[in-house]
Ligand binder design. Structure first.
Ligand code: SAM
Ligand code: SF4
Length: 345
């Protein structure tokens, strides 16, 4: 198990497949000038499959979420999903994507074994989308959502971030639309993880603001806390049901005590928290052994450098050092050097 000193057990693994993206969301990336991870540092498809296999078969991971950057930009994605779907026990697999390209790939991803998608869409207005993401691709995201639903990648969840003065008036419209389309909507508070360090606590749209705005049109009843479990989203029943809406208040309503996450970056670093300033290098361990990418003698049986057992041990140790909370409320809080796009949101 991946257990920490506070007794939390990580069962949910976020795997970042790339730090690159075809959008430039203002709360995530600068327009230009971001340095990409170097190609030789990126985990290969074989290395990703091997690390996830170790996490699933030795460390108790039951949920795997692919993210990035934009995970659909990874050419080997379908093959990775297919190989992981063959694992025993089979993990549940989902994808967080901006939806561009999903219209083409949803069917193949479903056939490969992907269970679900989360698609990020912050606005129903194409002009606002262009301002927020610096790209004119609103239509592609809507087409991707349609395709995901048609392919059975359900429940399709939609993630929305509200930005002051841009789309903060859209919460009720987004909810009406999501309910009509059969998507589960979750609002995410803007977090201090953008590469350009533009986040300001005073101006961010809080979970409280979002709920107040939704209540101008809907009656919201809190879902029983037992149903929330370790899920970060607090959920509300809309107008008596059956629809629900989630709000992830990472900044103003943190859920660290119930966190069940561990993260693997595209360059093979373990992070115990989005906001961690320390990482543990699994890639070096992985490449130090004699067994290349899970095929050599150390990969399955041994306990030496680069063996499955050694990698599992390093991962357990990293999780043991997980901090109690994100530190956001500490006046000495320091934004991590690694931006959201290179961590995997
Ligand atoms: N490119 C994919 C996407 O946009 O869904 C996956 C990666 S993205 C980093 C994952 C999620 O993080 C998205 O829902 C995005 O809206 C969210 N996100 C990015 N930057 C954020 C920030 N500074 N605060 C809150 N959420 C953010
Ligand atoms: Fe790309 Fe997702 Fe970041 Fe937007 S939030 S720039 S889509 S990685």
């Amino acid at each position: 198990m991946l257990i920490d000193t506070y007794g939390r057990v990580a069962t949910d693994l976020r795997v970042s497949l790339t730090d690159r993206c075809n959008l430039r969301c203002t709360y995530c990336m600068p327009e230009e000038g971001l340095h990409w991870l170097a190609k030789p540092d990126l985990l290969t498809d074989d290395e990703i499959v091997r690390l996830v296999r170790i996490a699933v078969t030795r460390l108790g991971i039951t949920e795997v979420r692919f993210t990035g950057g934009e995970p659909l930009l990874r050419p080997g994605l379908t093959g990775i999903v297919e190989r992981l779907a063959a694992l025993e026990p089979r993990p549940r697999m989902s994808l967080t994507t901006n939806g561009i390209g999903l219209a083409r790939t949803a069917g193949a991803l479903k056939a490969a074994g992907l269970d679900r998608v989360n698609v990020s869409l912050d606005t129903l207005r194409p002009d606002v989308f262009k301002t927020l993401t610096r790209r004119n691709r609103h239509h592609d995201v809507l087409a991707g959502l349609d395709a995901a639903r048609a392919a059975g990648l359900t429940p399709v969840k939609v993630n929305s971030v509200l930005m002051p003065g841009l789309n903060d008036d859209e919460a009720p419209d987004l909810l009406s639309w999501a309910m009509a389309e059969g998507y589960e909507l979750r609002f995410i508070e803007q977090m201090p993880l953008d590469a350009q360090h533009g986040w300001r606590r005073q101006s961010m749209i809080t979970a409280g603001d979002i709920l107040e705005s939704l209540r101008t049109r809907f009656t919201l009843t809190p879902e029983a806390s037992a149903e929330r479990g370790s899920a970060p989203a607090e959920r509300w029943i809309v107008d008596g049901g059956p629809h629900r809406v989630g709000v992830i208040g990472s900044v103003t309503r943190p859920f660290c005590a119930a966190c069940d996450r561990t993260r693997l970056t595209a360059d093979g670093q373990i992070r115990t928290c989005l906001f961690a300033t320390e990482e543990t290098d699994l890639r070096a361990a992985l490449r130090s052994g004699t067994g290349a990418a899970g095929t050599g003698p150390d990969a399955d049986g041994g306990t030496g450098p680069g063996s499955d057992e050694e990698i599992a041990r390093i991962w357990r140790l990293a999780m043991w050092g997980k901090k109690a909370g994100s530190g956001l409320d500490d006046p000495a809080f320091l934004q991590p050097d690694r931006p959201m796009s290179a961590i995997g949101g």
